[in-house]
Design a protein around this ligand. Structure first.
Ligand SMILES: [Zn+2]
Length: 299
């Protein structure tokens, strides 16, 4: 199958109208028009826009962006490379497990560019050149703006779906999970990561955690290929300790609390190295900060 990352034309045969969840889409004067419900989805620059329902989320996101630390974050997000460097250099999560890029290389190798791989809730990160980024926010590097609970793809159409630390931010995670399971083709793969032993983190909100068993159960129509920790027990310890120590600062102000968490993160982040050891222990998933699940859809 020909997949053109730079043009919606190459995607047309796998796209489906997310409004009525069944209509075929055709390209008409720089809009994607649904054959079923006549909905018109706009193309802005190179971004396909399938959602207008994000207004509430966007206003909440913007309200939070007003806060000092979030303004800093937004600034950093303008420079993705710097953002990635800072995440790895002084984050609270070790990221020692198998990441999506490596997974794509292992599964598809040289043929990755021919595969239809979508990262749901990608944010600004392009994990591999073959990946199509989908997010509810029109960030830089996002190719498709859509609601994860209404994915604009036909049933069984994707070779792989990636979702990194996204499900916990969805208001309707069970619907999102159903959509993710629907769009991957039999024999196709999913890479899901979700926090487990992790404090509340709003971006713009935070609703849930899943255990490794929870992931297996939610994605029961996928045969587990690999389950591991992106952030192990040491990451969980660092994250809890930094929020624990910062907690008294929340008496002063929101900004003081946020600054304190960042301060303690910088101080404590070297301890994440102990995940190299702790991730070797057989029961480490039971106290891990961030768990990933790679599964192959059953045929
Ligand atoms: Zn439609």
């Amino acid at each position: 199958m020909l997949v053109m990352k730079s043009s919606p034309r190459g995607l047309l045969n796998v796209l489906q109208c997310p409004t009525c969840r069944k209509g075929e889409l055709s390209l008409m004067s720089e809009q994607l028009v649904c054959s079923g419900c006549s909905a018109r989805h706009s193309i802005i620059g190179s971004q396909l826009c399938f959602t207008k329902t994000a207004d509430k989320d966007i206003s909440q996101y913007e309200a939070e962006a007003e806060q000092f630390v979030n303004r800093l974050k937004k600034l950093v997000k303008e420079w993705p490379a710097l953002f990635v460097f800072l995440t790895y250099a002084i984050g609270s999560v070790s990221f020692f497990g198998q990441k999506p890029k490596k997974t794509i290389e292992k599964l598809f190798g040289e043929r990755a560019m021919e595969k239809l791989i979508v990262n749901v809730g990608s944010g600004i990160t392009k994990v591999h050149p073959a990946v199509i980024n989908l997010d509810i926010f029109p960030f830089k590097n996002v190719d498709i703006i859509a609601d994860a609970a209404r994915l604009p793809f036909k049933d069984n159409s994707l070779h792989m779906l990636i979702s990194e630390s996204t499900l916990e931010h969805a208001r309707n995670a069970e619907e999102v999970i159903r959509e993710m399971r629907r769009v991957v083709r039999p024999g196709g793969f999913i890479y899901i990561s979700i926090p487990f032993v992790m404090p509340f983190h709003a971006s713009p909100n935070d609703f849930m955690r899943l255990t490794h068993e929870g992931l297996k159960q939610r994605f029961h129509d996928f045969t587990p290929q690999k389950i591991g920790a992106l952030g192990g027990p040491a990451s969980a310890f660092v994250t809890f300790l930094m929020y624990f120590l910062a907690l008294p600062f929340s008496l002063i102000s929101e900004a003081a609390y946020n600054l304190a968490t960042y301060f303690f993160m910088v101080i404590l982040s070297p301890l994440r190295i102990f995940d190299l050891l702790f991730n070797l222990f057989p029961r480490h998933l039971e106290v891990s900060a961030l768990i990933y699940f790679i599964g192959e859809k059953k045929t």
